[in-house]
Design a binder for this molecule. Sequence first.
Ligand code: HEM
Length: 387
Amino acid sequence: MTGRPSRRQLFGYAGAAAAGAAVTGGVVALGNDTPETVVVARDIDPYGDHQPAIAAASPKHAELVALTLLPSTDKAALGRLMRLWTNDIVALSAGRPAPGDTAPELAVPGVALTVTVGFGPKVFTLPDLVKPRGFSEVPVMSHDRLQPAWSGGDLLVLVGADDAVSVVHAVRRLVADAAPFAKPLWRQTGFWNGTGADGQPVTGRNLFNQVDGTGNPAPGTPEFDSTVWSTDGWTTLVVRRIKLNLDAWDELTRSEQERAVGRKLSNGAPTTGTAEHDELDLEKRDADGRLVIAENAHSRLSHHSVNDGRRIFRKGLNYVQDDGATRESGLIFLSYQADLVGQFLPLLARLDAADALNEWTTTIGSAVFAIPPGFRSGTWLGQSLLA
Ligand code: HEM
């Protein structure tokens, strides 16, 4: 394809990539005359009913920081921190330096920077604070090998952007402003590629080479809204750090890898279908009478039709952790759901008991956060809880 891309092609990406989230800025840069080299820069509106990153496309780069509250941090102090963070988020999302920024030139627009803030279980033990319905810790599963280094936390900041420098800068500002109230407990850095070679949004792949995210409810649909948001605009987030044994996975044939999930590696289609978004046929049998999507296949066991309609909204981030010459690879598994107890826990228990993938995966970190609604001009993050 030659010639300049149409206006629709350009705006098509910005719009689709941020389904459910308002985008400001739009297209600011064009490459030469071929669409392949078009660069789309965008900012994501920090204001809204919900914190905007959740429904937006996965960022290319992300960092999560869990913090522990200092003993002196009470409800009023937490409210002060949330006002500070709200101002930081408004500035940083627009590519402006945060108040008191020591490296103002590192704040740049057009990188789709988002910040998501959450409250861990301890926050709801402070006097006068009421825990959102359906929010709880995740019990330790039989396959878990949890490490304190990646688990727990009283506060979460999750910063995402299409540029790693912007993520590091924003995290540094937010953590610095939190210093009188809370100190970092763990940090996790991840990455995701949700853009195809033609610049169009794609589902993206984890480091097992699987298309990961196909079965999610689509942002902007009633199914997404009822899966993710509680009636008062909160959601809950489960963060699981899952180590992937890539060397053992590599020993499998391609069809063994596909059988473990029940989806094709080429395009993520069910092994009973041809296109990525084809429905799974959980009844289909092969010539020998065996179920094509096996009893223990991951996509069968996690499918809403065999889980009393329970759904979750997953957003993975790949990670690597280097120790000298040794590399560990894995998935920072993020799951959003209105009701953690009612939606997430039964699914997790079912997968822990029987999932084929358990042979090549080990969960080494686990944390939960209640995510407050978004804010509008003149209001602040967490105001409904802390005011
Ligand atoms: C390392 C661990 C995991 C890997 C590599 C993995 C990978 C995948 C893949 C490749 C799919 C199929 C494509 C898709 O629909 O996205 C999938 C689907 C799914 N997974 Fe996982 N997953 C992991 C852990 C989990 C966990 C811990 C849960 C929940 C507790 C979960 C819940 C689901 C759900 C609900 C679906 C969609 C099923 C459907 O409706 O079709 N996964 N996963």
